[in-house]
Design a protein around this ligand. Structure first.
Ligand code: ARG
Length: 586
């Protein structure tokens, strides 16, 4: 790696001066001046009690420069490093010939189970399921690209009250008669299902008897009592088929289609382990585990005696059993960790991508699993919490009438907007293409933000064909494909970096290759999004200034062809991680 080569040279000079410290190097903040910079002289000089500028100069005087890097000092005490043309060319050609395009894979691949998606059976997928699908899918692809072994699990919400509610509503609509041998029967369609849950959900708040009965049905399902369990299985099958279609449109692919129900066989066992370890206690008929650290739950002094007691860093106990024995969200997640660790040996990490608002839930679950030994000490359990997607009013994005937006509606919106764009660019309406463009706009708009932060859903901005957007990147690759196909079957040549525009492209690739590690560490794809955009726009500058197709010098043209192939390879590699498809034409 170039950065470590530079650091080695720099630190040999530091050593020569008899200083036992390590200086590090980063990408330059001022690309017009240099490619890399070292800011460490300030702190080092302070430690040594010398003048920072003099120190920087002494170090640079002692550097054995070679023919790849140029070192210089800039006031007040920066060491600037520039790559020579030779270094740029060596790097470009090495990337071109390397099957991973210069990307360093991990030496110790990790075994990771990634839990994202989280769609709920019998309920329509909604906007809240969009971000985990987008982010989770990209993280999975990033981990895999860097060499990790990843298992993805959609972890369906398929074991809650919505099951009993939906089943009962369907039964009352005359859909499930066959299970009770009650004469005529309406078939269970998706439309029926989509109607049933919202209807039942409304009724449960108005009709006490209905809610009670739905709870009973839920318990019967959870106890696998017939015919309720068979009814459940039919509902689940219809719903999962629809969920699969929705995820496919977003390009989210899961290895495992397990749900909360699959962990149900492990629930009793998990609760037993927790009890055997003496971690549980009874409270109001429920079984709970105290998980707070000594620094948490600090009482905040009351301003008046009748004020309710509030706490600093609240961390309530984790409830693992309700009085009626029904499954709880936390218990299910604990049982799922037990199941995963019994099914897959040596999971180094289990990670979850969900809304940041679930952070306390996961903290509780993880602590219980660690205390109970359900997750081995050396295993990392991590919650990657994402922010919300907000509308222009700064609040979570909703429909005009204030309802939660269904995923289907968003996909339709994306297709419509992309079709509008195609038409206004003189093209034709094309739903298949519009889906690819629309989804890419959505994904890039999402992923170019830090995962943990909220962001503004601005569809017109996301959908622009110019600027930092998904469609622009797709278009960049489509354009390179078209140039390369016009060039025909020409043999690629060596890349020469005698032009600034080419140098800038290669440096963008260098940055991009290091962006992968940054994203891996930060569990956020925004740095990679910036890097791929920089590459695409640098390429565009080159392409606008130099005629690749019209180049008379065949040697030069062959070098250009190689450059184009390299840019395409890197761009497709990133788009693949972002799960953005490149259309044939745009
Ligand atoms: N089904 C949940 C929801 O819709 C998300 C599940 C997240 N994953 C998990 N292991 N708890 O909110």
């Amino acid at each position: 790696m170039i950065v470590s080569k530079i650091e080695n040279i720099l630190n040999s000079a530091v050593e020569k001066l008899g200083i036992e410290k390590h200086l590090s190097v980063s990408f330059s903040n001022m690309p017009a001046l240099c490619d890399f910079q070292c800011n460490g002289c300030f702190a080092l000089a302070k430690e040594l009690g010398t003048n920072p500028f003099d120190l920087a100069q002494k170090i640079v005087e002692n550097v054995e420069e070679g023919d790849l890097f140029e070192f210089s000092v800039a006031k007040p005490a920066f060491i600037n490093i520039k790559l020579t043309q030779k270094a740029v060319e060596e790097y470009a050609n090495a990337c071109l010939n390397d099957e991973n395009g210069g990307l360093a894979k991990h030496k110790n691949p990790q075994n990771i189970l990634l839990d994202y998606g989280g769609a709920n059976v019998a309920k329509a997928l909604h906007i809240g399921h969009l971000r985990p699908a987008i982010i989770g899918e990209s993280l999975k692809r990033l981990y895999k690209l860097l060499g990790d072994n990843v298992i993805s699990d959609v972890h369906l919400g398929d074991w809650g009250l919505q099951m009993g509610l939906t089943a009962l509503e369907l039964y009352e609509e005359g859909v499930l008669g066959k299970y009770f041998k009650e004469g005529e029967d309406k078939p269970l369609t998706l439309a029926m299902l989509n109607y049933a849950y919202p209807q039942a959900s409304k009724r449960k708040n108005e009709d006490e008897a209905f809610r009670k009965k739905a709870e009973e049905w839920t318990l019967k399902i959870q106890n696998k009592e017939e015919p309720y369990y068979s009814i459940y299985k039919e509902i689940r099958a219809v719903s999962v088929a629809d969920i699969k279609e929705n995820y496919a449109k977003l390009g989210a692919q899961f290895d495992l289609w397990y749900g909360e129900s699959d962990a149900s066989d492990y629930t009793a066992k998990a609760v037993q382990i927790i009890k055997d370890r003496g971690l549980a206690r009874q409270s109001d008929g429920a079984t709970i585990v105290d998980v707070a650290l000594p620094t948490e739950n600090q009482p905040i002094p009351k301003k008046s005696p009748d004020e309710v007691q509030r706490y600093l860093n609240p961390m309530p106990p984790c409830i693992i059993e309700k009085s009626n024995g029904a499954s709880l969200y936390a218990t299910t997640d604990i049982a799922t960790i037990l199941m995963r660790n019994q099914t897959y040996k040596n999971l180094d990490r289990i990670e979850y991508v969900t809304d940041a608002r679930q952070h306390m839930h996961f903290t509780q679950v993880f602590r219980v699993c660690k205390m109970a030994g359900i997750s081995p000490e050396e295993q990392t359990l991590l919650h990657i919490g994402h922010g919300t997607m907000n509308g222009k009013d700064g609040k979570p994005f909703k429909t005009r009438s204030g309802d939660t937006l269904k995923l289907e509606d968003i996909v339709e919106l994306l297709i419509n907007k992309a079709n509008e764009k195609l038409l206004s660019n003189g093209g034709q309406k094309n739903d298949e293409l519009a889906l690819k463009i629309g989804v890419s706009a959505m994904k890039f708009g999402d992923l170019s933000n830090t995962v943990g932060k909220d962001y503004l859903f601005d569809i017109d901005k996301f959908m622009a064909f110019e600027g930092k957007t998904g469609p622009y990147l797709q278009y960049s690759v489509v354009r390179i494909n078209s140039i390369l196909s016009k060039l025909g079957d020409i043999k690629g040549g060596q890349i020469t970096a005698d032009k600034k525009e080419i140098r800038d492209i290669v440096l963008a690739i260098l940055k991009l290759n290091s962006a992968y590690e940054i994203c891996y560490r930060e569990k956020s794809l925004n740095t990679l999004c910036n890097a791929v955009y920089e590459l695409a726009s640098n390429f565009s500058v080159f392409y606008n200034n130099h005629s690749v197709l019209g180049e008379k010098d065949k040697n030069l043209q062959a070098g250009y062809a190689s450059l184009l192939k390299l840019v395409r390879k890197k761009m497709i590699e990133v788009l693949n991680v972002l799960a953005i498809e490149v259309p044939e034409k745009m």
